[in-house]
Design a protein around this ligand. Structure first.
Ligand SMILES: Nc1ncnc2c1ncn2[C@@H]1O[C@H](COP(=O)(O)OP(=O)(O)OP(=O)(O)O)[C@@H](O)[C@H]1O
Ligand SMILES: [Mg+2]
Length: 249
């Protein structure tokens, strides 16, 4: 199971057209991500990270190329089946959380379970289990507006885990958090990969946490260059303090 490829992308291209302007954002993306891997996606602003993440999560279709997730050819699915695939296999964590402020933490998680057709009597227990998994069992009844930023991010993560998705995609999940809280959020994502065998892809600019990645994919000029963690570590060591996977233990 450990060597199972969860994402296989070949020659993914995406062009946006706005009036007479055409941007060839993705110009042939080839990548593979294995089960249990925690991979970071980095690159300059506007390089197409969110676009690529959206394609990996079946929110957006590429213009051409092949994308297999969990052995399903998702580029061949119609919109309805893509939506179903997304609900069953993909969990998203957004930078701004997208929680319902008026709902309690467990209710925010339950919303995702409702969409998956979870029976109401099981949904409450499952919401609490997921919040416990992300270390938030003492805040289940708090409304979002009563939670700290880091706690809200954890609720968003618990919600992303609803339905036990194979793939977790996170777009700059630490951007609204202070350094320590952001680091803790990333540790949790890394641990989900390592302990539950989730496949985690994170877009981030935060060089202090590069050591928590198994691999770092660099998106430049519409293509991916892979840098080893060691190379990145050296680069970010020059920039300041870094954290490595060894610090998790
Ligand atoms: N719906 C759209 N229509 C037209 N152009 C778009 C659209 N979405 C994104 N773009 C353009 O595609 C390019 C890549 O955008 P994207 O959001 O993927 O970049 P990013 O790497 O995530 O940037 P950032 O680090 O700033 O979040 C940008 O130049 C953007 O202006
Ligand atoms: Mg982006």
């Amino acid at each position: 199971m450990d060597n199972e490829c969860v994402i296989v992308a070949k020659g993914i291209k995406k062009t946006y057209r706005s009036g007479s302007v055409q941007s060839n954002v993705l110009q042939g993306i080839d990548m593979e991500v294995m089960r249990g891997e925690c991979v970071f996606l980095v690159g300059p602003s506007g390089s197409g990270k969110t676009t690529l993440l959206s394609i990996l999560g079946c929110i957006l279709s590429p213009d051409s190329g092949e994308l297999q997730i969990m052995d399903y050819d998702v580029t061949g699915l119609n919109a309805k089946h893509q939506a179903r695939f997304r609900r069953e296999h993909v969990g998203f964590v957004f930078q701004r959380f997208h929680l319902f402020d008026g709902l309690q933490a467990w209710e925010n998680v339950r919303v995702a379970l409702d969409l998956l057709g979870y029976p109401a009597r099981l949904a409450k227990a499952e919401s609490h289990r997921l919040l416990e998994l992300v270390g938030l069992s003492d805040r289940t009844e708090y409304r979002s507006s009563q939670l700290s930023m880091g706690q809200r991010q954890r609720v968003a993560l618990a919600r992303a885990l609803a339905g036990d998705p194979d793939l977790i995609l996170a777009d700059e999940p630490t951007a609204s958090l202070d350094a320590e809280t952001g680091l803790n959020a990333m540790k949790t994502l890394n641990q989900l990969a390592k302990t539950l065998g989730k496949t985690v892809v994170v877009v981030t600019h935060d060089s202090r946490i590069f050591g928590l990645a198994d691999r770092i994919l660099n998106l430049v000029d519409g293509r991916i260059n892979e840098s080893t963690v060691e190379q990145r570590q050296k680069a970010s060591n020059l920039a300041g303090q870094t954290v490595s996977a060894a610090d998790l233990r």
